[in-house]
Ligand binder design. Structure first.
Ligand code: NDP
Length: 296
């Protein structure tokens, strides 16, 4: 292996420590703490694990955590009413509705009910528009984590060729906007892209957010490129369940200059950035200086 590993686990711990320091200061000076409300509808096992981890880490950095677990059959009006209540609650500075929602609920409508200033997932249409027009916004957590690691590794990203494989609203598109904001030359690839291998080989920065285990091979990677693997895929290998990314780690690590592993790369950064976003939302609401290096 020649690539330098970008250690997302260690980086996320640093981000959480920075958030915790700021929260300690807020508590000492103002006698209050930022609060994050997480809403889970239904009993999806993966979502339950995510919500539990979010709650634990929120408390660990000294913030207030409010959890709302609703029945899978909750009517839309009830969920909307809960969000409106949280919008008006001065103890709540961040609101996250765990996706995916059960099929009878309109996710767009639900997300767009969240006060954009409390939209710590950055999925509200106002935040999407603000990010797209280069204005201050709440930025989706996973791409924000990727950007932080890239900035930390490279310093300036200006002029680099970036290829983002995947065009989802939660990862691919905001990732591309963030890289453009940092003056990369950005290509967005997807399932209809022709000669994906050649497109990937043009990248100084290659971000894979596809959801296909080990699809991006070493021979698709430009020598010395930085590879960010967003994928989280569970596969069966040698009779065991294993977590792999969208990049074939062994072959890519022979060619890349730096890359994130799975697990321990982008994954841990996502919740760390959720906490960072909650702190940012608090600071903006209160007119306090925003924590350095934790926003786009
Ligand atoms: P989506 O399924 O919403 O989007 C996948 C994208 O990949 C689509 O744009 C799709 O193209 C594209 N794609 C699919 N197949 C191919 C192919 N053969 N060639 C090129 N492009 C392809 O996924 P998400 O963006 O939500 O997630 C992507 C991955 O990231 C998943 O593994 C997910 O688990 C992981 N993830 C990890 C997070 C973390 O915290 N680390 C957070 C969120 C996601 P098209 O639009 O044309 O269909």
């Amino acid at each position: 292996m020649t690539a330098t590993l970008i250690d997302g686990k260690a980086f996320a711990a640093k981000v959480r420590a920075q958030v915790a320091d700021y929260v300690t200061k807020i508590k000492a000076e103002r006698g209050e703490a930022p609060g994050l409300a997480v809403v889970l509808v239904g009993e999806d096992p993966a979502s339950q694990v995510y919500v539990r981890n979010k709650g634990t880490q929120t408390l660990e950095v000294g913030m207030e955590s409010f959890e709302y677990k609703l029945d899978a059959a909750t009517p839309q009006e009830e969920l909307v009413a809960l969000i409106q209540k949280l919008n008006a609650d001065p103890k709540v500075h961040g609101i996250l509705v765990q996706l995916p929602l059960p099929a009878h609920l309109n996710s767009d409508l639900v997300i767009n009910t969240i006060d954009p200033a409390k939209d710590v997932d950055g999925f509200h249409i106002s935040n999407v528009g603000l990010l797209g027009t280069g204005q201050k916004s709440m930025v989706p957590c996973t791409p924000l984590g990727c950007l932080m690691m890239l900035r930390d590794h490279h310093g300036s990203l200006a002029g680099m060729n970036a290829v983002v494989v995947g065009r989802s609203n939660i990862v691919g598109k905001p990732m591309a906007q963030l890289l453009l904001g940092d003056s990369c030359t950005v290509t967005i690839a997807h399932s209809r892209t022709k000669d994906l291998a050649a497109v990937c080989r043009s990248a100084d920065i290659l971000v894979a957010a596809v959801g296909r285990p080990e699809m991006v091979l070493g021979e698709w990677v430009k020598p010395g490129a930085t590879v960010i693997d967003v994928g989280i895929n569970r596969i069966e290998r040698d009779g065991k369940t294993k977590l792999v990314g969208d990049v074939h780690f062994e072959s890519a690590a022979e060619v890349a200059g730096a890359m994130t592993p799975v697990p321990g790369g982008v994954g841990p950064m996502t919740i760390a950035c959720l906490l960072a976003n909650t702190l940012t939302a608090y600071c903006r609401t209160k007119g306090l200086p925003e924590p350095k290096g934790l926003t786009a």
